[in-house]
Design a protein around this ligand. Structure first.
Ligand code: HAS
Ligand code: CU
Length: 545
């Protein structure tokens, strides 16, 4: 396996993305803390700041900005390591960074001045200032530049290595970026063609159902765009950290191909209670949702196999003896592992959400907020932290010292405890009807409401613990970026367990997989889209506050 060393210029690009990531963590995290405090009923926001300004900042900065910057930066580094980057591609990398950053600043400016309190889903007929939508569009366009640069990087490598199969991590990056590109086409169309003209006042009304449907056409693959980089680390990096090998190159590739095919035609599982969509099509998309669970189960299987094989090879032969010997004191392993563990209840919750009938119990309740704080805010983010512990020092030419490693372990525990408290109480409160997207309210003294408040207080306790975790993580980041002792930190990429040459060629048949993806999307969306366009009620005028 060929491994490229980073030049200084290259490292600087990847670090630029990391700086934005960790600043976002601090800002977005503070908003999260404030939300839980407001909802506890014991705190009101100063200076007349609106709850929904805070909530929008939290969702956009953490859900869209932090994730996209980390992912694009990390993926660039993976491509740089495995297939290399030319000077021209590096320049495109910088262009993508700046376009995304300008977009972020524009959107953030609108949100913080209260001109775009529309949450990260920006459902119409809530209307934001046009600059908010322009900013979001730029973030997406910037990420497209990154995507096409990544495609080009692999293409150039392939031409120089005729007949070789592409490096696994480069293959995974390209899958994620194809999925992202196809998915963002929907939201880009919605923003540019439908919402922006309406927000500017050029057209009077907007088709609410259509914009929401296009959002969720993008919104579900969005969550897999977050998850796949974590899977990249689980499949191809964690084995190296624990002293083992990648379980199966073919299985990993097949899982990613299935994720590409089934991540997109499932958006209706976010719209199961939405009027105006035929239940048959909801049912079909629910079936497809259960299909997208399969590659995650394959991932779970593969991880257990890696752990067990590695442990046994080291000589621990009892049934679970190998488990004890995993490198628990290495934060590069521990943080992602806690993320994996959280994905067991997180994924199970997802399967509950996707079950059409049960969805009517949990939809629009804070149960859903509990679900995505386990998935994205634990599984994904702890894996990203786990990556940061070696990636940042690798890029800055420093070391993860034993002290910083220990702080990282403490950080992981703080996160696990805070999130267990917050997410569990969210799940329970959701089951007894507590709403999501809602500030504190006494709801005119109903009996049911009195059963919610203690859970909201627990959420504030969990939220406070989590914020302490964020401060600690930010401190660790600053240390790794600027102050840790100079030295070398490894960029861990695992070797394969079985002979790589045996992976079937068909796994790299891009035309086939992209073709099936498009066919599935057309199958799942064409008829319901025609229905929506033909039968929607008259469009909606804006709702401003
Ligand atoms: Fe979800 C809503 C269904 C996965 C994120 N989801 C959301 C929202 C977000 C989100 C942000 O069907 C809210 C959107 C909004 O604002 O309205 N979700 C699913 C399903 C899955 C799923 C079926 N979600 C995710 C992931 C996310 C994420 C991943 C972010 C990263 N979700 C839904 C539905 C809704 C929804 C409905 C709409 C609800 C509504 O009504 O609004 C599945 O993909 C999950 C499959 C996962 C598994 C787990 C495999 C486990 C693994 C770990 C192995 C562990 C090891 C460690 C090896 C089956 C791979 C060993 C450890 C030991 C301790 C032994
Ligand atoms: Cu989804």
């Amino acid at each position: 396996m060929e491994i490229f060393n980073f030049s200084k210029k290259e490292s600087r690009l990847y670090m630029a993305f990391m700086h934005v990531t960790f600043i976002s963590l601090l800002v977005g995290g503070l908003m999260g803390l404030l939300q839980t405090l407001v909802r506890s009923g014991k705190y009101t926001l100063p200076f007349n700041i609106d709850y929904y300004t805070i909530l929008t900042t939290h969702g956009v900065i953490l859900g869209l900005v932090l994730t996209t910057f980390f992912i694009v930066g990390f993926q660039f580094s993976l491509m740089g390591k495995t297939v290399g980057i030319s000077d021209k591609q590096l320049m495109w990398g910088w262009i993508s960074f700046w376009v995304m950053l300008v977009g972020t600043v524009l959107s953030a400016w609108m949100i913080l001045t209260g001109e775009a309190s529309v949450l990260y889903t920006f459902y119409t007929p809530l209307r934001a200032h046009p600059i908010f939508y322009i900013g979001l569009t730029l973030v997406i366009v910037g990420s497209w530049i990154a995507a096409f640069t990544n495609f080009r990087q692999l293409y150039v490598w392939k031409k120089a290595h005729k007949g070789d199969k592409s490096p696994l991590l480069a293959f995974m990056v390209v899958i994620n970026m194809i999925m992202w590109f196809v998915a963002t086409l929907g939201v880009a169309y919605s923003v540019i063609v439908l919402i922006l003209p309406w927000s500017l006042g050029y057209v009077a009304t907007v088709n609410v159902l259509l914009t929401r449907t296009l959002f969720w056409y993008f919104g579900h693959p969005l969550v897999y765009f977050w998850l796949l980089p974590a899977y990249m680390a689980w499949y191809a990096i964690i084995p190296k950290i624990i002293g083992g090998k990648l379980f199966s190159d073919s299985l990993a590739r097949l899982a990613f191909i299935l994720l590409l095919m089934f991540s997109i035609p499932v958006g209706f599982h976010h719209q199961l209670t939405e009027p105006g969509i035929d239940p048959t099509w909801k049912f079909i998309q629910v079936v497809l949702t259960f299909m997208v669970v399969i590659p995650s189960l394959m991932t779970a299987f593969s991880l257990f196999a890696t752990f067990e094989i590695t442990g046994r090879r080291k000589g621990y032969n009892s049934l679970f003896g190998w488990f004890k010997k995993l490198p628990w004191k290495d934060v590069r392993f521990l943080a992602p592992f806690v993320g994996m563990a959280a994905f067991i209840p997180g994924g199970a919750g997802g399967i509950i959400n996707a079950s059409h009938q049960v969805n009517s119990l949990v939809h629009n309740t804070i149960w859903i907020t509990g679900h995505f704080h386990l998935t994205v805010a634990t599984t994904v983010i702890l894996t990203f932290f786990g990556i940061a512990y070696w990636l940042i020092p690798h890029l800055t030419g420093r070391r993860l010292t034993p002290r910083l490693n220990k702080l990282g372990i403490i950080q992981t525990f703080i996160w696990a405890i805070g999130m267990t408290i917050m997410s569990t109480s969210m799940h329970i409160q959701g089951l007894i009807g507590g709403p999501r997207r809602s500030a504190f309210s006494k709801y005119a003294g109903g009996d049911q409401v009195s059963t919610w408040i203690s859970y909201q207080i627990w959420q504030a306790i969990g939220g406070t613990i989590l914020f302490i975790g964020i401060l600690l993580m930010f401190y660790i980041f600053i240390q790794l970026a600027f102050f840790a002792p100079r030295g070398y930190e490894e960029y861990p990429i695992a070797e394969e367990e079985v002979d790589a040459e045996k992976s079937p060629k068909i796994l790299e048949n891009w035309y086939l997989w992209i073709g099936i993806t498009i066919a599935l999307i057309l199958f799942a969306y064409t008829i319901p889209m025609i229905d929506i366009i033909k039968h929607s009620p008259p469009g909606s005028i804006p709702f401003d506050w």
